[in-house]
Design a protein around this ligand. Structure first.
Ligand code: ASP
Length: 377
């Protein structure tokens, strides 16, 4: 009897074991498949360094390098605290897709990125990309003025290798910090041969945007970067999908070179509003402006008072470009304004019109030539 019971028990245990083996959940079943995949990537990284692109990360600060005592606060943090090595260490997965190295250019909030830093950044990028040892550049940057730096690089980098500007909306210490995945994606895009020849790109929130069109649209949300009229260049969903071509002139195909420049001409931005006055233009001219971008209402309209100030500035040799405060649409070179040499920014927002006007003024002060730049870039 005892022997029989033992036999039944053994049989039952064997059956139970066999059953458990067959009824593994899909997740458990997939894990052995995942293992070789992970191994494959890491074995490639150990043995095939040459197979992976060499990506240089140039860090400038911003929220992506920001930190706070609280993990739950996403607004009360300090920008530009964490150094580039820590940014790289925080995303070890990057090493599986690229040979990554870092350089600290500055470590500031992006409202403190000035012309001097822009020149330093472009010159460094041009030097690095001239070398066969560098396949692509990632610039980490605060989001507040990211679009200005990206557009500057779009016009002044002299290489068709990928240049990707990246930031984050949440500091590195926050729950669900978006910096690590944005940085990983930026490195992935910078190492992709398909990203070549597209000008400076901006990567955040799984989207790839052209520096020419993208703008920050929301003060705090992670989906703040939009290219509303033109759409994104591509998306990242594990793989990279490019959807749109860049038709505006950029990088190697521009008239601008900063290699011999130590400074850029002063260009100020003025905002149009009801009851504004000509004295704003007078003040800018007195402060040394060589160019003024006017963020006018609607299609770059000026009040009579503002127009008086603008025309007076033009007569003193200052170039005035009409942009718009609306956030979208092209400002057209209406005849009345064109006759007074009040130029039109085309579809550049005021902050990007300032970037182009600074560069334009390094070449010429001829209003027709400058208007042609605005039509082309
Ligand atoms: N204030 C920050 C900066 O631009 C904002 C950010 O990076 O998101 O540096």
């Amino acid at each position: 009897m005892k022997k029989q019971r033992l036999l039944i028990l053994t049989l039952f245990t064997a059956l139970l074991l066999a059953f458990t083996g067959c009824s593994q959940s899909p997740e458990t079943k997939e894990s052995p498949k995942e293992k070789p995949q992970t191994q494959k990537v890491s074995s490639a990284s150990a043995s095939g360094k040459k197979d992976r692109p060499n990506i240089k990360i140039l860090a400038t600060g911003g929220t992506i390098a920001g930190a706070d005592k609280s993990k739950t606060s996403t607004t009360e943090y300090k920008s530009g605290v964490v150094g580039v090595e820590s940014l790289i260490e925080a995303v070890p997965e990057m090493k599986d897709i690229a040979n990554v190295s870092g350089e600290q250019i500055v470590n500031v909030g992006s409202t403190n990125i000035d012309n001097k830093i822009l020149l330093k950044l472009t010159k460094r990028i041009n030097k690095l990309l001239a070398s066969d040892d560098v396949d692509g550049i990632v610039v980490t940057h605060g989001t507040d003025t990211l679009e200005e730096t990206a557009y500057f690089l779009n016009l002044t980098v002299k290489s068709d290798k990928p240049v990707v500007v990246v930031g984050s909306m949440r500091p590195s210490t926050a729950i669900s910090a978006d910096g690590p995945s944005n940085l990983y994606n930026a490195v992935k895009v910078a190492g992709t041969p398909e990203a070549k020849g597209k000008g400076a790109l901006v990567v955040l929130n799984d989207r790839i945007a052209s520096a020419r069109y993208v703008t920050k649209t929301n003060t705090t949300a992670t989906d703040t970067f939009k290219s509303e009229e033109m759409g994104y260049v591509g998306t990242i969903a594990d793989d990279i999908y490019f959807n749109n071509e860049i038709t505006r002139r950029h990088t190697k195909d521009t008239d601008f070179s900063v290699s011999n420049l130590d400074q850029l001409p002063q260009v100020d931005i003025m905002y149009g509003y009801q009851n504004d006055g000509s004295y704003l233009f007078d003040a800018a001219v007195k402060a040394g402006a060589k160019g003024i971008v006017y963020a006018g209402s609607g299609n770059g309209s000026l009040s009579d008072a503002a127009e008086k100030g603008a025309v007076s500035a033009v007569k003193k040799g200052v170039t005035v470009v009409r942009s718009t405060r609306t956030g979208n649409g092209a400002v057209t070179p209406n005849q009345d304004y064109a006759e007074k040499d009040l130029l039109a920014s085309n579809s550049l927002n005021p902050q990007k019109a300032r970037i182009l006007l600074m560069l334009a003024l390094t070449k010429t002060d001829d209003p027709h030539k400058i208007q042609a730049y605005f039509n082309e870039y």
